[in-house]
Design a protein around this ligand. Structure first.
Ligand code: MG
Length: 341
């Protein structure tokens, strides 16, 4: 297999702010894996919090080039990915791109779309959740109104205006709200805010209210919270699901955190076996990586796969939405992602 790759730097249509950071560009890497006359596509969205940057991604891809060149049969992709894990610890987003490109390649070689390769029903995709980043109360309300054709909004909290934000958005839109704090609260504050403020609004659950290390706080919150709790930053692999299974109601799985489709499938089944709700999430990604995750949505409850909508000049077209905001999967082989003409 031949591996080639390019950096992909794009602006966002708007700043995206959460409780601990603000971003306004996408600095990703796209990869191509070619074998048997077909090419699979993949995308890396590195995040420094997980030890990856565009620079480390390029270094790792250069390092793996020769190994991948020695592999002739992409159909043994599970074996290839196992060996990749043995050779290289971490670098989950880079591995996710290789994993996604292998699934794309195999789908193209077999002439079947990814959902079919995985045995999934494309009618059972979920609705997109649209993210409203932290901003002034007025701007967040404006953005929520502009997005009111989406059934579900993810409201980022963890700012001093949390109460005003949630109250104003809830009265301005009929959307069902999902709150994401990105670890910005302390346990006692979280319990009070959830039970005294959020329960009075159409809030479905609260995502990562506490810092990832605060297991004691999570235990307390799990007992006291009137709303379900979903974890994101605390969850990166199967072991992290097992460690938190008793203190949460759901987990947010991202291809870039876990190393791709193969690991995401294992984690989805692990979470289900433990009785947990499952969300698929994303980083700042184009339609390429979003589409790879969208193919898995028939298996999950919530699809927070929306940040491609924030990318100016997304070079790819893949999964789209119906009028109701529900994912429509491409029927072309593999991921079904095309480069825009
Ligand atoms: Mg989150």
């Amino acid at each position: 297999m031949e591996l080639t790759f390019n950096t992909l730097d794009l602006n966002l249509l708007d700043d995206l702010s959460i409780s601990y950071e603000s971003v306004n560009t996408l600095n990703n890497v796209t990869i191509q894996l070619t074998a048997m006359g077909q090419t699979g596509l993949g995308e890396v969205s590195p995040h420094t919090a997980y030890g990856e940057t565009q620079g480390t991604t390029l270094a790792v891809l250069n390092y793996l080039k020769a190994d991948l060149a020695a592999i002739a049969d992409p159909f043994q992709f599970i074996d290839i990915l196992d060996r990749l894990d043995e050779k290289l610890e971490g670098h989950a987003a880079t591995k996710a791109a290789i994993d996604m490109a292998l699934y794309d390649l195999v789908g193209k070689l077999l002439g079947v779309p990814l959902y079919q390769l995985l045995g999934l029903n494309p009618e059972k995709t979920t609705h997109l959740t649209y993210t409203i980043g932290i901003d002034s109360v007025d701007k967040m309300v404006q953005k929520a109104i502009a997005a009111s054709h989406y059934k579900y909004l993810k409201v980022k909290l963890g700012s001093p205006d949390d109460k005003d934000i949630i109250t104003a958005i809830a009265s301005a839109t009929p959307a069902i709200l999902r709150v994401d704090v990105n670890g910005g609260w302390e346990a006692r504050h979280a319990i009070r805010f959830i039970n005294e403020v959020l329960v009075h609004h159409p809030v479905e659950f609260v995502e990562q209210p506490l810092a990832p290390g605060d297991l004691r706080g999570m235990k307390l919150l799990h007992t006291e919270s009137a709303l379900p709790i979903v974890l994101d930053e605390s969850i990166s692999d199967m072991n992290s699901i097992l460690r938190h299974a008793d203190v949460v109601d759901g987990v947010n799985i991202k291809l870039m955190k876990c190393g791709g489709i193969r690991n995401a499938l294992k984690m989805i089944h692990t979470a289900r076996a433990l009785g947990l709700k499952v969300m698929l999430g994303c980083r700042v990604e184009t339609s390429l990586a979003i589409t790879a995750a969208a193919h898995l949505t028939p298996l999950v409850d919530f699809a927070d796969l929306d940040l491609h909508l924030l990318v100016a000049h997304d070079p790819f077209v893949g999964a789209t939405l119906d009028d109701d905001g529900k994912f429509l999967l491409p029927t072309a082989p593999g991921l079904g992602v095309q480069v825009k003409p």
